[in-house]
Design a protein around this ligand. Sequence first.
Ligand SMILES: [Zn+2]
Ligand SMILES: [Zn+2]
Length: 306
Amino acid sequence: MFKNEKLNVFLFASLIALQVLGVIALWTKFEWKFLPAMLFIYFWIGISTTLYLHRYLTHRGFEMPAWLKFFFATGSAVGLSGDPVTWVGDHRYHHLKSDTDEDIHSPIHGFPYAHMMWLVRKPPGFRDRSLRYAADVRKIWYCRLWERPIYYIIPHLIVAALLYFTLGAVGLLWCLYVPMLVVYNCTWAVNSICHMKALGYRTFETTDHSKNNFWVGLGAFGEGYHNNHHAQPRCAAHGRRWWEFDLTRYVIWGLEKVGLAWSVHWPKPAKEETIAPVSEDEAGAMLLFGARIKDPSLKDSAESAK
Ligand SMILES: [Zn+2]
Ligand SMILES: [Zn+2]
């Protein structure tokens, strides 16, 4: 199912071209004056995907002011991360059908499809299904507006023009297309790598193949702790152990501290939590290799959790 669907040639060519622009930048001369804009845009489009599209809009893990929602929604449009209605609808359907034949980006259909090709080979009718699952998002005026590509690309074009006229063509490549290349592949790795049976470790026994992976977590602002997320989708924290670094969690925590986020679905207090303790050695192995090392001298926390 899925991987032999008709190719959306225009979208495929666009996604490849956007990434090629990021790769081309690596052959041009980097200037230190690009760094502030590059880091700002990387953070803006990255956190807009994880904090806004995923943890807020899809799973409603917390609330925030309308102006801040618009700021992050705009960030996701600047990075062309996918219009919110489609993003939310597709992702909610993924949670419903994870790793079944109907899960559009499960690695059971092959790695290339799980990573990127699912975006450009959607079956007929998938769009309608997404719309049903994102009916609440369609009530937000800018999300409904951005369902039309002609409006969706405007924030991207404005930021691209600003960068071109202030930092030149090379500055534009480094400050916009390098961050997009990184954010795209880290986000897609959550769908592909974090659902592969052979990679990562599991903290919760879920019905899907979801895994936690420190390295994907590092690149994708904390989204790599995907098994934790599948176990408790609404929880605003994906990293649950102290060493599972989850940047998005800390940004939401910071927003809550200054009154810009509220009704946050935080993990339950430790005494009610079901996460089994792991030894320091085991934590180190999980952290470095992204996988639980089977050492008989180490207590298997999955076993002890039962
Ligand atoms: Zn998943
Ligand atoms: Zn999710």
